[in-house]
Write a protein of this length. Structure first.
Length: 319
């Protein structure tokens, strides 16, 4: 009996034209960890029958799936995750490099929903595809001594098996955290040790009585952007900014890799918590923040937006 080897695992992704209609993988993610979880509601028959027992049978209820992904950021494939959480998208350029701008989709003539994907998971035994994958969270993390990494969570309909595709991976390398630069409150800041930015949207599976176990929609709510910064403390400035509810934006985070780059701009930022730390032999300030929606970090659909990611790479489009 052959046992599956997890080392053979790989993750594919494909952009759907119609939500919940599975498509082939068009790209492959160099993830360090990924996991799909199919969840079926088992409805128990507990009608009393005049005996000292409680459960007499079961029937299948509704079903759905969740999917989690972690890995190092690569400047080609991170665009799928930005598109999946932001919604608004524009691309410029006629050749490498292309400039991809991600923003909130505030078009009131639409439904405000982001792009859905089909995720392909080969676990060493069997390929499974998760259609209608809708992103609920994306976190970007980095420190001076580590790589720029990400984690992401998705909701989808229940997986189905399919033939195993043949993966192909790009040669784009990950990015060391020390390469990044941070502009803070209008000027360069060389005192940041660690940073995390979290994009979050509530995703609700919507079920109807129509003869289908699967949700008819995975509905994304509004976007929240928050995070954490750890500073070397040359002064108590970040702590006093917290106490004074001072807008410390714009915060601009840049990671460059030859002619390609990722730039995250938060024009308006407020600290929601800050503390002077003594955990090391030197003083630090940890600060948690929220990006404030503003009229600068927006795209073609205008309105307000808390953040504008701009990705420059060799990929022609994510549309």
């Amino acid at each position: 009996m052959a046992i599956g080897a997890t080392g053979f695992s790989f993750l594919g992704i494909g952009k759907e034209t119609s939500k919940f209609t599975a498509v082939a993988a068009s790209d492959y993610i160099k993830a360090t960890s990924f996991d799909g979880d199919d969840a079926l509601d088992v409805l128990m028959d507990q009608g009393m029958r005049g005996v000292m027992a409680t459960t007499f049978g079961a029937v299948a209820g509704t079903r759905q799936a969740s999917f989690s992904i972690e890995g190092d950021v690569h400047l080609d494939t991170i665009g799928y995750f930005l598109q999946g959480i932001m919604g608004g998208y524009a691309v410029a350029g006629v050749g490498d490099p292309y400039t991809h701008t991600f923003s909130l989709d505030n078009d009131r003539t639409g439904d405000g929903q982001c792009q859905s994907y089909t995720l392909w998971d080969f676990n060493g035994l069997q390929a499974r595809k998760y259609a209608g994958a809708t992103e609920s969270s994306l976190s970007l993390r980095f420190s001076a001594q580590e790589l720029l990494t990400f984690s992401s969570s998705w909701s989808a309909i229940a997986s189905v098996t399919d033939a195993t595709p043949s993966p192909s991976f790009s040669t784009v390398k990950p990015i060391a955290g020390w390469v990044g630069t941070i502009s803070h409150d209008g000027g360069a800041n060389a005192l940041v040790e660690e940073c995390e930015i979290s994009f979050s949207r509530n995703v609700t599976p919507v079920f109807t009585i129509a003869g289908d176990q699967d949700p008819v929609q995975m509905w994304q709510g509004p976007l929240d952007v928050s995070g954490r910064l750890m500073f070397l403390a040359a002064a108590e400035l970040e702590f006093t900014n917290y106490l004074g509810v001072v807008d410390v934006g714009p915060i601009v985070i840049t990671f460059a890799q030859t002619t390609h780059s990722l730039v995250l701009t938060m024009t308006s930022v407020i600290y929601t918590q800050a503390k002077v730390e003594r955990g090391d032999d030197f003083t630090q300030v940890s600060a948690q923040f929220t990006a404030i929606a503003n009229v600068t970090d927006i795209g073609a659909s205008l309105g307000y937006g808390p953040i504008k990611p701009v990705l420059i790479n060799a990929k022609a489009t994510y549309a």
